[in-house]
Design a protein around this ligand. Structure first.
Ligand code: ZN
Length: 341
């Protein structure tokens, strides 16, 4: 059986990630309408949609995903069903992978079971997943371990750049900026940095902002000390990840430690290219956060590497860096992520 795929939409709050999922249904409905008008008997997918729940009763009942009864986007919201890793597997039991697409919204939430591994296994059975998730929380760092793994397993990561910074105005910087971060306000003030998983409930207090307007009090205390030695550039920084599943970048050795990067930036370089990170001795999470921090100062970071290691397990560096990326390009040949069909 041929492998399916995992297509993941990431971005800050209010960046239309759920809308991207609905687009999958929209596109099919558009084709259905044309087929009907022309009297063509074409083949279409069964589309299952679901979102996780923090409601324990639903998890305990293992509510399965339901097929979308309606074909219009406005009706879809009422068709959403809650899922856990187990209910996902049982909902898909007996479904033909070649004729089924699965849409999962807000997949960052932990719902019991290893959701990332379940999605990976089902995609290996041939199912096609479209997933939206919050890759980072209000601190700007990775949301949780589950979202890191889902991103590492993804065949394609699409950054949803439809949110606009609500703090950019006439004076600063005088044109609309795409928002890449989520700011959380508590009593009208930016919320203090808190380490560890953060539970999001509802939309209240969340604002989409650009990197320059993302301010988290207390974040400086957890930043790498090298961060403070580097000048602030007055531009928007980037982290571009080239998910090099072909392995082309293996021939390029840009394994730069945090100290190497710091001295380059102090010498006036504004762009850093990285590859072969497995040669490094750095703590992956610390390293990824450092890259995020320097990109928030306006530097451009390009990371070349494969999100899966030789055993198809998430690469320890890439899985930390992917949630912080604002652009991901996947190199791919054939139907599976290794380029080996
Ligand atoms: Zn801004």
């Amino acid at each position: 059986m041929s492998r399916g795929s995992i297509i993941t939409y990431i971005g800050p709050m209010h960046s239309f990630k759920t809308g991207q999922l609905f687009g999958v249904v929209d596109a099919q409905q558009y084709a259905k309408n044309i087929a009907e008008t022309l009297g063509i008997d074409a083949l279409f997918y069964d589309i299952l949609i679901g979102k996780p729940t923090k409601d324990d009763r639903n998890i305990a009942n293992d509510v399965v995903l339901l097929h979308s009864k309606s074909d219009t986007v406005s009706d879809l919201a009422t068709d959403f069903q809650y899922f856990s890793a187990n209910s996902l597997e049982s909902a898909l039991f007996g479904c033909d992978p070649k004729k089924t697409k699965i849409l999962l919204d807000e997949a960052q939430f932990e719902v019991g079971g290893d959701l990332a591994a379940t999605i990976r296994d089902l995609s290996e059975d041939g199912f096609e997943f479209h997933i939206s998730l919050l890759s980072t929380n209000y601190t700007g760092y990775a949301f949780n371990e589950q979202s890191k793994d889902i991103l590492a397993y993804s065949d394609e990561i699409i950054f949803s750049a439809r949110a606009y910074c609500l703090n950019c105005n006439e004076n600063n910087p005088n044109e609309p900026q795409v928002a890449s971060k989520t700011l959380l306000k508590d009593d009208g003030k930016p919320k203090e940095f808190i380490e560890g998983p953060f539970e999001l409930v509802g939309d209240a207090g969340f604002y989409a902002v650009c990197r320059r307007h993302h301010y988290v009090p207390g974040k400086d205390k957890v930043r790498h000390s090298n961060y403070f030695e580097i000048d602030d550039l007055d531009v928007e920084g980037t982290i571009l990840v080239v998910n090099d599943t072909l392995g082309v970048s293996k021939d390029l050795d840009y394994s730069l430690s945090i100290n190497d990067i710091t001295s380059r930036l102090k010498n006036g370089e504004k762009k850093i290219i990285l590859s072969n990170l497995e040669n490094l001795d750095e703590k992956p999470e610390v390293y990824a956060r450092f890259l995020d921090d320097i990109s928030s100062k306006g530097y451009q970071v390009v990371v070349l590497g494969s999100s899966l290691d030789a055993n198809n397990k998430p690469d320890k560096y890439l899985r930390e860096i992917l949630p912080m990326a604002n652009k991901v390009i996947t190199t791919k040949v054939g139907s599976n992520g290794n380029g080996l069909s």
